[in-house]
Design a protein around this ligand. Structure first.
Ligand code: CP
Ligand code: NVA
Length: 306
């Protein structure tokens, strides 16, 4: 059975197929078509952390495709009320698909082992594959030439930048993380990606100005992710030079676009003028969560597990 814990689990062809389905379903929805391909289908959403976009987009896409979704918060007792080897097989024997947002990536990997239906990672401490799919759908819609684009992420080498680096690698797109040394990815991760790409496609540098040079898409994310609140003061101090502001955007390609997974903290990782400028794609990017996940769900439930 296939699960999507990380985009490393998908081949380049599979990611391309998911993005094509996403674009098809997006244009179908815009012309008023909501095919009932998930009729009588139930998606569970097992969430340990807050969410606006992930929760609502998964619930909405399931409804649009004729299925039903169940939001499962802390009261169901995952990891608390009974052993995982009872909890996960029972839960997933009721469901057709389970989306999990968890504190621990390892806990989602463990859930995959016991699962009787496909699982999608709706964000862990390590990765956020659904976000990267929506980001790539947005990039595709805004670049003239995917092969010549350059994606830059400034700030923390976190779950969002991890998945963005993976999808860029899989699709042969240049990606640079600009981050202080202690917030950069493990070099083994970068080496593995570049080995997969067959060239030096994925880079990380400390200098934020060098990082954004020639970027067509400049990304950032909060400096303190959910669960890291105790480190917030230190992170604010360590990452202050990586704030995406007008000066830094001016170092990027002419007409470079700003992107952010949201929620954002204006005045920290990005200035208000940048996030609210005409270069900012944040609303489209968030809307594309719905379309990209629709492509992913259709692929996973109809093709990958056929
Ligand atoms: N970007 C994102 O995953 O948003 P939520 O935390 O609101 O789901
Ligand atoms: N890096 C952030 C992303 C939120 C969507 C976090 O994990 O909190």
């Amino acid at each position: 059975m296939r699960h999507v814990l990380s985009l490393l689990d998908l081949t380049t062809e599979e990611i391309t197929r998911v993005l094509a389905l996403s674009a098809d379903y997006k244009s179908a929805l815009k012309s008023g078509k909501r095919p009932s391909v998930l009729a009588n289908h139930t998606t569970g959403l097992l969430f340990e952390k807050p969410s606006l976009r992930t929760r609502v987009s998964f619930e909405t896409l399931t409804t649009q495709l004729g299925g039903n979704s169940l939001f499962l918060g802390s009261d169901v007792g995952w990891g608390k009320r009974e052993p995982v080897q009872d909890f996960i097989p029972i839960l997933t024997s009721y469901l057709d698909l389970l989306v999990i947002r968890a504190k621990s990536h390892t806990a989602v990997a463990e859930a995959c082992e016991f699962s009787r239906c496909p699982i999608i990672n709706g964000l862990t401490d390590v990765s956020h594959p659904c976000q990267a799919l929506a980001d790539m759908l947005t990039i595709q819609e805004h670049t003239a030439d995917l092969a010549k684009t350059k994606v830059v992420f400034l700030g923390d080498g976190n779950n969002v930048s991890y998945s963005l680096a993976v999808i860029c690698c899989k699709l042969g797109i240049e990606f640079t993380l600009g981050a202080p040394a202690k917030y950069q990815f493990d070099t083994a991760f970068i080496d593995d990606l570049n080995q997969h790409a067959g060239k030096e496609l994925i880079r990380q540098v400390e200098d934020p100005v060098a990082a954004v040079k020639d970027a067509e898409f400049v990304f950032t994310d909060v400096w303190t992710s959910m669960g890291q609140e105790a480190e917030s003061k230190q992170r604010l101090a360590d990452l202050k030079d990586y704030q995406v502001n007008k000066d830094l955007m001016n170092q990027a390609r002419h007409n470079a676009k700003f992107m952010h997974c949201l929620p954002a903290r204006r005045g920290e990782e990005v200035t208000t003028d940048v996030i609210e400028s005409s270069s900012s794609l944040i609303i489209e990017e968030a809307e594309n969560r719905l379309h990209a996940q629709k492509g992913l769900v259709v692929w996973l439930t109809q093709e990958a597990n056929a």
